[in-house]
Design a protein around this ligand. Structure first.
Ligand code: ATP
Length: 518
């Protein structure tokens, strides 16, 4: 019993020791866990905090998103508003600048005179070089492109115009000189460009040109197309074209179904005082292809009614009438301008050509219309209250493009050959008279003063010349000294050039002022 008791006590003791060591290990583990717990607690707190924060953010997100969208919207609206204001301002400045450009352009044209007279001398053609009387009698001034010298019976005559194109001048160079007039019809002006001169002097070459080198007609339409397309989308333009011929005082519609049909010119019944041609065909053109189609139709119709087109075209006036109507959708503003491109009938003398019968009648009709043109120009020049537009079909048809605020350019064509000298002198004399005309408000007093100073120029002698082939009217020659004058030396009269220079510098000043103001 005792040993059992001892055994029991020993076992208990051993169990107690084992339990104690196990207890110690458990305590140690517990301490480790406690330790871990202590270190995890801050992380847990951070995580909880982060979690709560995220939770709040998630809760707030729709509201913040809405707010951000609203702010972005506001900013975008503000920027759009600013851009739109800037655009409005730019548009306003653009319009102001366009008006200013128009004013400057008109002022420049006004200062140059409403009627500008240019001269083009055609080259001697291949077939003409061998004949005996094909001596070249025309010379140019290397320092002054407005002066032309003509050798007539041993005397050197000087003619002064607004510009002279030598035989080498290209179609492009000629067009550059007239293009400002062409574009002014976009601004609502009526413009007339005439080619005047004897048969074979190059009128048709200048106006129509040849297929590989077109003249003013086609170049003008091309320029109008490019100018109006630049003005889009603000401006919407419609360009229409009509072609008519005046032969023996009869007006024919070259684009109509029946080219033999005679047209009449009538006063608009609306009381506006405008003229119109009932039944005149107008084609809307938008491209070079359209122009070519219209020109082909016009030529075909012109050829169908005559046996010899070349002779017929020499004896008739050909008119290309271009109308440019514009509408500005933002301002509601409308413009309407007309450009008349006229290839006049040959102006040679009846006596010299010895015309009889139907040729005489043709010549008389040409005489009548060119004389009427001269009468109109003379009346405009003298500022008569009555201008006889109705005296010929030509002047009646061109009435609205020859009066008021309209602009006219005459291209006087000259042959360089000696056997054409009297016709050349007459054409140039007529051109110089035309040059003194002012259609609208003008600087007439200054011009007169300058003319009188020119007349008194001691270097000029007045000489008797052949009367013009078709004497328009005895226009008073206010530039008598240079019109048909002779020069014994190569000295020049600088007066008119001085006028051009002073006018040009005024215009440049004006443009400079405009640029500064802008
Ligand atoms: N600047 C030029 N360069 C080259 N050739 C020209 C020039 N001007 C005219 N010609 C040529 O001279 C000839 C006569 O020209 P054009 O037919 O244009 O004269 P016109 O004055 O219209 O004659 P018409 O009154 O008979 O119609 C044509 O063969 C033409 O090609």
């Amino acid at each position: 019993m005792q040993s059992l008791e001892e055994e029991k006590n020993r076992v208990i003791e051993e169990a107690f020791i084992r339990a104690e060591s196990e207890m110690k290990a458990v305590h140690e583990n517990l301490a480790g866990v406690r330790m871990n717990l202590l270190t995890l607690q801050p992380a847990l707190r951070t995580l909880t905090c982060d979690y709560n924060c995220l939770k709040r953010q998630v809760q707030d997100f729709p509201y913040m998103l809405e707010k951000a969208i609203a702010e972005a919207k506001q900013e975008i609206c503000q920027v759009i508003g600013e851009v739109s204001n800037a655009n409005q301002e730019l548009l306003r400045k653009y319009k102001r600048e366009m008006n200013l450009r128009k004013k400057c352009h008109n002022e420049l044209v006004r200062l140059k005179g409403n009627i500008r007279v240019l001269c083009r001398v055609r080259p001697i053609c291949a077939g003409e070089t061998d004949a005996a009387d094909t001596k070249n009698i025309v010379t140019f001034d290397s320092d002054d492109d407005a002066v032309l010298y003509l050798s007539n019976k041993g005397k050197l005559m000087t003619f002064e115009l607004d510009k002279v194109f030598s035989t080498q001048a290209t179609q492009e160079e000629v067009f550059q000189e007239v293009q400002s007039l062409v574009t002014s019809c976009i601004d609502g002006f009526n413009v007339c460009i005439f080619a005047y001169g004897q048969t074979g002097s190059g009128k048709t070459y200048t106006m129509e040109g040849i297929p590989e080198d077109p003249g003013i007609n086609q170049r003008a339409l091309r320029l109008l197309f490019s100018e109006v397309s630049e003005k889009k989308p603000d401006w919407d333009y419609k360009i229409t074209v009509s072609m008519v011929e005046i032969y023996n005082e009869t007006l024919r519609n070259l684009l109509g179904d029946n080219p033999n049909e005679k047209l009449d010119i009538k006063m608009c019944p609306d009381g506006s005082g405008q003229l119109y041609v009932p039944g005149l065909t107008e084609f809307a053109v938008e491209s070079v292809e359209d122009i070519n189609k219209v020109f082909d139709l016009g030529h075909m119709n012109r050829a169908t009614a005559c046996t010899n087109l070349n002779e017929h075209s020499s004896r008739s006036h050909a008119l290309l009438i271009i109308t440019v109507a514009g509408f500005n959708s933002s301002t509601g503003h409308r413009t309407s301008g007309k450009l008349n491109l006229v290839d006049l009938a040959g102006s040679e003398r009846i006596a010299k050509s010895g015309a009889e019968g139907s040729r005489l009648r043709e010549a008389q009709c040409i005489n009548k219309s060119l004389s009427a043109l001269g009468d109109v120009i003379n009346s405009l020049r003298s500022k008569h209250s009555h201008v006889p537009f109705r005296n010929s079909r030509l002047t009646y048809l061109l009435q609205d493009s020859l009066s008021g605020d309209s602009k006219t350019l005459m291209m006087v064509q000259v042959s360089p050959l000696e056997n054409n000298v009297s016709e050349s002198v007459c054409s140039l004399k007529f051109a110089q008279r035309v040059r003194t005309v002012e259609i609208g408000p003008s600087s007439s007093s200054r011009r007169q003063a300058e003319n009188s100073s020119t007349s008194s120029s001691p270097t000029h002698d007045s000489v008797e010349l052949d009367s013009p082939p078709v004497t328009p009217v005895p226009l008073p020659i206010s530039r008598a000294s240079s019109a048909g004058s002779t020069l014994s030396s190569t000295s020049k009269t600088p007066t008119t050039r001085r006028r051009s220079h002073s006018q040009l510098s005024t215009a440049l000043l004006l443009i400079g002022w405009a640029a500064l103001w802008w």
